[in-house]
Design a protein around this ligand. Structure first.
Ligand SMILES: Nc1ncnc2c1ncn2[C@@H]1O[C@H](COP(=O)(O)OP(=O)(O)O)[C@@H](O)[C@H]1O
Ligand SMILES: [Mg+2]
Length: 150
């Protein structure tokens, strides 16, 4: 069965606050797959979740480094950005499967670029889809959060 929750936000702060709510519910082994265009708010959402996990660092997209690690919170956070990754093999080379076997949470921006992630880790994934609604306002976002419940 699939659980689907729909939200709307009207500022980066509201998106971060929603990320914090999700972050506060996360358990070791959870994977958050973020989908949404450049500037949608994936990193602000992740930043809110990081704060809820007790991480004080300012969170930025690891667009060039692919991965940032934050060990200062109640659960370690691995933050991926797959904008420059084009295959599951390439992702594996970064150590992804090892990180996924740790007592940690993983946030993955552009997760939809690598469909294998959704297939292989289906039962552990919270899927967050952020849609800009420029037709309503430049700061409006529609955010869908999905989880597969086995
Ligand atoms: N409702 C909103 N939620 C998130 N970001 C917003 C919102 N409205 C405007 N913004 C702006 O959109 C940009 C989102 O940036 P970022 O979180 O880095 O996006 P992404 O990681 O998806 O590329 C920021 O400049 C932020 O100020
Ligand atoms: Mg980003």
């Amino acid at each position: 069965m699939e659980l689907l929750l729909k939200f709307k936000t009207d500022s980066e702060y509201e998106t971060a606050a929603l990320g914090a709510k999700i972050g506060s519910l996360l358990k070791p082994g959870d994977i958050v797959a973020l989908e949404g265009d450049l500037g949608a708010g994936k990193t602000h959402f992740t930043g809110g979740a990081a704060r809820a996990l007790g991480i004080d660092d300012y969170i930025t997209s690891p667009t060039f480094t692919i991965l940032n690690e934050y060990k200062g919170g109640r659960i370690p956070l691995y933050h991926y950005d797959l904008y420059r990754i084009s295959s599951y093999d390439e992702l594996t080379e970064t150590g992804f499967e090892e990180y996924a076997s740790e007592q940690a949470v993983i946030f993955i921006e552009w997760a939809d670029r690598i469909p294998e992630i959704m297939r292989i880790y289906k039962n552990r994934i919270t899927h967050v889809k952020i849609l800009r609604r420029d037709d309503i306002s430049p700061e409006r976002r529609d955010i869908e959060i999905r989880r597969f419940e086995p």
